[in-house]
Structures are given as C-alpha cells and as structure tokens.
Design a protein around this ligand. Sequence first.
Ligand SMILES: *Cc1c(COP(=O)(O)O)cnc(C)c1O
Length: 386
Amino acid sequence: MQCDRAWVEINLEALTHNVRQLKQWLAPKTDLMAVVKADAYGHGAIAVARTALAAGATWLGVATVSEGIQLRRAGIEAPILILGATHTPDQIRAIAYWRLDPTLCTPQQAQTFSETLASLDRHLPVHLKIDTGMSRLGMPWQEAVKFVQAVQDLPHLRIASVYSHLATADDPDPTILYQQHQRFEVAIAQVRAANLPLPRLHLANSAATLADRSLHYDMVRVGLATYGLYPAPHLRSVLPLRPVMQVKARITQVKHIQPGTGVSYGHRFVADRPMDIATVGIGYADGVPRNLSNRMTALLRGQPVAQLGSVTMDQLMLDMTSIDQPQVGEIVTLLGRDGAQAITADDWAELLGTISWEILCGFKHRLPRVAVGQPQTSREASILRI
Ligand SMILES: *Cc1c(COP(=O)(O)O)cnc(C)c1O
C-alpha cells in the first residue's frame, strides 16, 4: 500500500459482521447464499467468498462459469450456483469438471445438458429457474410443472432446487413483490399436486431477505447486504450493516492558484478567489465516474473537501482552501469514513441517478484490493493484498 497512489480497502471484519447479522435474521434451517458475482461486486471474489463461508454462508452465487472456476481454483469447495444461463457443450463440460451447479431455464437447455452429460457419463445437480415477473431468465411460471416434469424425465440431471427472482423487492410498494410471490406459490403447489418430488426453493435477494421472512424459503441469495449496503432506505432499520468497501487515494501535488485560474480539462471550474488545491491519484479509469465532476466531495482529516473541475482518467483535483498545509502523500477518502464524516456508494448513486450496486462494481482492477480489520490481528499485521 505504501507504493500505491490509490486503493480499495476491504474490511473483512465488517463483512463477517454483515454475514452474521443476516444469518441471525434467517430461520435456522434457511441457507445463506453469498452472491459473489462480478468479483464480489468489486470487493474481490476469493477473499469475500472465504470470509462469508467462515461467517456462516453455505452457498456461493456467481454469474458466469469463469467466475465459478476462479473460486474452485482458489480451493473453495462450497456449492456454487451459476445464476446466469449456460448452453454450449464447452460450458457444460467445464461445469461438470469444476463441480459447479448450473441454472436451467428452458427444456431445450435441459436437453443439451442431459446429452452432453451422457457423453461424459456424468450426473449433475441442476437448478430450475421460473420466471414469475422479472421477464429475464426462466420458464414462465404457468409452465413450471411441465418444465419440472420434463427435466425430471431426463437422465443425468438431478433437480436440486427451483427458484425465481424478484423485480421490485426494494420498492416500498409491495404489490408486484407479492404478485410474484403468489405466482411462485401457485407454481410450487402445482408441482406438488403433480406428485413431483419437491426440491429446495429460493426466491429472495437482499431486499426481499430484509423485507419479509415469509419470502426466505430454503435459502436466500444475498449480494448487496453482504457488502453492508441497503437496497432501499426503508429497509435500513431491519439490521445494522456495515459498509465493507472504502476507496482511498494519496495527494500527489499541492498548489496555490489565483482568481481566474481554470482547473482541469475544459476549465469547468474557474477559481473566483485565491485557492489551495490538491491533485489526487485516482480517476475515471479507476472507477470514479466522470459524471461526478464538480459535484462530489472527498474527506481529508475528517473534513469534506470539494472536488474541482473534470475528473480525469487517472487524477482529480480537490479544494484544500480550508485545510492547514495539506501534504503530498496524505490519504484522501473518496468512499468511506473519516472521523465523524462518511461518504457512501448511496451518496454517489444518488448524485448520478443510479444504484449503489453499479458504483461498487465500477471500481476497476487497476486499484489494488487491500484487506483491513481482520479479527484477532493487529491492524498493521492485518493489511494484506487480496
Ligand atoms: C445478483 C442476484 C442476486 C443478489 O441480488 P442483491 O440485490 O445484490 O442481493 C440474487 N439472485 C439473482 C438471481 C441475482 O442475479
């Protein structure tokens, strides 16, 4: 970290806290899947997966085959569900080889799996996706029974779970949420009535997990809340969660500018008084959205400092006028807490008209991930690259 201009700090203690809070919130028989797709929402999939499993998660969720393989190569043995759809024989062979659990969304896809697995002489647990209103992946809920029956009849496949995904669980108005819940219930009742063996069921993402325990079923699939953020303000009171990610960068130069001096590309900021400014080594190529130019603040010595002019690819400028002798090498907090002040991914998301999920995923691999705050070790000893 000494040699880095900027980095992402991952607080594994906060992650452990969040997973334990979630575990306590669930019924004892409900499994917790930690969703670690997109490199654990930018936090670093391997360290997050290991920590979440140690804290009580029993499943991992990824989006792609490669994300699953990355975890297996790291020696992680927990069951891994691929939430995205996979089709090609190459993907199916990789899934079988690495013991990943695929999601099946159509009978044709199930047929391809069965044939490819037959040629490998392998059996696989599969998870059937039902579309109850997201209109993304899955068989329409009205055809759930036919789908379950079709897969049941195929050799080499064992139905491990039936699941669906919610489109509006973060909305304070639960009308559509309960419409989807109702459709899921109807589909399950029909499967039961057809005398098909009832597999494990799951429906809830972070928002539904926090919103209503009757949506938990046998497992919940939690991404955002694991990372200490809330899917919506009205869900904040449910559990005390702690943000896991902080983003920091160093001051690389300090200068004094005169009134009339323009700052950064396009001179979108022009000083109207004498000012001290600092250049900081982080930019849009690292994941600080350029649309935050002239709108964001950072924290230094526990105080908010305004960002000035355009955010550039690798650097940005901050107003140091209120800071007594800012020093090259001083650490600025872009996201996170400094003293009594904190800036969250929700703050950025609100400024940008987007969601915190996108902010977290936006931090690029050019920034090293540094683990801090692991329990039982001194702070110095616990800083390690992940
Ligand atoms: C990403 C994802 C989740 C996790 O969503 P959060 O809102 O981050 O908790 C759960 N289920 C599926 C199918 C997903 O794609």
